[in-house]
Write a protein of this length. Structure first.
Length: 287
C-alpha cells in the first residue's frame, strides 16, 4: 500500500496524528510512550507476537517502538523507515569527544587482541557488549561470523552517564541513567551536571551533528579521573536508535517526539535521513 498524503487524508482508519505500533514485549518505556501517545490523540497498537503486523497491516501513518529483531518482521508491512546512526560514527570522532581510542574491526580481528578492551557489535545484539580480558575471551559460535563488524574501545570508567534524545540537532530531553556502571536514573532537568552536559552536547552537535540522523539517542558521560582535583572530562559513550532505547527518567512526551521521527512513515522521511535508514532499499519517498 502506497501511503501518500492523499491516501492518508482519505483513509477512515487513520487518525489525524497517525498511530504508534509497539513490539509485543512489554517495557516501562513502551508503557510511558503509550500513555503519551494517547494524550496527544494517537492510536496505540501492541503488535501480535506471531502473525506479523496483525490488524496494523496496511494502515498508513504508522510509527514503531521496539526491538530490531521484531522490527525486521513488521516494518515493511507498516511502511516505516527506521533511522539508525552509522556503525562507525563513534570511531570517527576526534579524541577530544571520546576520551579513549576507538576503532572498527571485524570479530576475527578482535579475536587477536592481547589486551583488555571493551568490545561490542555496533548496532545489533549478536553478543554482549562488555570488557573482555583478551580477544580469546570473546564469544564463539556458528552464528558468529568472523566478518561481523565490531567496535573496540579502550577500557574506561564512567563516573556518570546520560542519555540525550536529539531532534534536528538539539537536545529534546535527557536523563542520567548510571553512576559508576550502576543503574541510577535521574532527570536531567535540575541535575547538578545539567549545564555541563548541555554545553558538551551543544559543542558536539555543532561540529559533528551532521553525521547523525535527525532523530537519535546519544549517550555521554563523565570520565572518572584518578588525580584529585583533575578537571572534568566529558565524552561520548555511544549513539543509539531512539526507537529502541530505554527512556529512564527523561520526559516521555519529548521522548515520543524523537521516537516518532526516528521510526515513522517512509513517505514522510526527510531526504537528509535517507542514508540513515536501514531499510532504505524498500523505502518509497513522497515526491
Amino acid at each position: 500500500m502506497d501511503c501518500t498524503a492523499e491516501s492518508v487524508a482519505s483513509s477512515a482508519i487513520v487518525t489525524e496524528h497517525g498511530f504508534l505500533a509497539l513490539a509485543p514485549q512489554y517495557t516501562t518505556t513502551s508503557e510511558l510512550l503509550s500513555t503519551s501517545a494517547h494524550r496527544r490523540g494517537m492510536d496505540v497498537e501492541v503488535l501480535p507476537a506471531h502473525g506479523g503486523a496483525g490488524t496494523a497491516m496496511g494502515r498508513c501513518g504508522g510509527h514503531y517502538y521496539g526491538g530490531p529483531a521484531f522490527a525486521a518482521r513488521v516494518v515493511d508491512a507498516l511502511e516505516v523507515a527506521l533511522l539508525e546512526p552509522s556503525d562507525d560514527w563513534l570511531a570517527t570522532l576526534p579524541y577530544e569527544y571520546t576520551g579513549r581510542r576507538i576503532a572498527m574491526a571485524t570479530l576475527g580481528e578482535a579475536r587477536c587482541l592481547s589486551r583488555p578492551a571493551f568490545v561490542k557489535p555496533p548496532s545489533d545484539k549478536s553478543f554482549p557488549a562488555a570488557v573482555y580480558a583478551s580477544g580469546s575471551c570473546l564469544p564463539t559460535g556458528p552464528e558468529l561470523s568472523l566478518d561481523v563488524p565490531v567496535q573496540i574501545s579502550d577500557v574506561v570508567t564512567w563516573a556518570a552517564e546520560f542519555r540525550l534524545y536529539l531532534l534536528d540537532g538539539e537536545v529534546r530531553t535527557g536523563s542520567q541513567y548510571a553512576t559508576f556502571g550502576r543503574l541510577d536514573a535521574e532527570r536531567l532537568d535540575g541535575h547538578r551536571y545539567e549545564d555541563a552536559v548541555l554545553e558538551f552536547a551543544d559543542d558536539l552537535l555543532a561540529t559533528r551533528g551532521g553525521g547523525l540522523p535527525s532523530a537519535v539517542v546519544v549517550d555521554i558521560g563523565l570520565l572518572a579521573t584518578p588525580e584529585h582535583g583533575a578537571p572534568d572530562q566529558w565524552a561520548v559513550v555511544e549513539a543509539n536508535m531512539a526507537w529502541f532505547s530505554n527512556s529512564y527518567a527523561a520526559d516521555p512526551d519529548r521522548v515520543l517526539d524523537v521516537v516518532l521521527r526516528s521510526a515513522g512513515p517512509r513517505a514522510q522521511m526527510a531526504e537528509r535521513d535517507r542514508r540513515f535508514c536501514q531499510n532504505i532499499e524498500d523505502a518509497h519517498l513522497a515526491g
